[in-house]
Design a protein around this ligand. Sequence first.
Ligand SMILES: Nc1nc2c(ncn2[C@@H]2O[C@H](COP(=O)(O)OP(=O)(O)OP(=O)(O)O)[C@@H](O)[C@H]2O)c(=O)[nH]1
Ligand SMILES: C[C@H](OP(=O)(O)O)C(=O)O
Length: 214
Amino acid sequence: MRAVIPYKKENAKSRLSTVMTKEQREIFVEKMLLDVVATLRKGGIRNIDIITTNACDVKKEVKANIIEDDTDLNDCLNKYLSQKEEPILIIMADLPLVKFSHIKDIVSSKPDVTIVPGKGGGTNILFIRKPENFRVKYYGSSFENHCMIAAQQNLSIGVYDSFLASTDIDEPQDITELLLHGQGIAKDYAEKRFGKKEGKGRVKISPFNEIPMS
Ligand SMILES: Nc1nc2c(ncn2[C@@H]2O[C@H](COP(=O)(O)OP(=O)(O)OP(=O)(O)O)[C@@H](O)[C@H]2O)c(=O)[nH]1
Ligand SMILES: C[C@H](OP(=O)(O)O)C(=O)O
């Protein structure tokens, strides 16, 4: 089996632009990517591909096979899947809370397709046992899209239920979960920029504007 991480660095995480500059977001996604790769390695995944845009210089320290493709997220992944005959784990780069135990559970699950939903209808992880004929449809309600695509192909579906694996870091409030539950370098980076603000309701992030991030 192989894992593949789609990754775009340029102007990444635009939904965090109210709390991070473009430069900070680009550093932050790189840290999240490194966390995800480290987790996959700990989970026993040896073959890791990163599909990224041509302009993106993925750091040498990222121990993975780099595939450059300038087509959009769905097109680059569908081309990739069409060329594969072994089980494929598609995992997004913005999942610094995923643990190696999740990866082990997911890749040992029995259904033809295992889906880890993302917040708000997304798909954080997809494990596809026979990828040649499977096609992804990210964006919008991609969780429902992927359930439908699997059902149309008479493939059995499993939904992996995990708070941490379902928490993708898209919006400012997601950074709170990273501060609360993270363990890797993305959390370390976020901690330089944000504190936790506690009140009666949910904990929120509180930017330390005066501290420069590097
Ligand atoms: N290769 C590739 N990866 C992409 C592309 N767009 C997004 N990704 C990756 O797909 C995953 C999910 O993307 P999003 O959560 O939408 O991330 P984003 O585009 O940086 O965030 P927003 O700008 O806030 O939408 C992340 O791992 C991204 O790095 C793309 O055009 N090409
Ligand atoms: C790519 C997209 O990510 P989100 O925008 O939900 O983070 C999805 O999961 O379909």
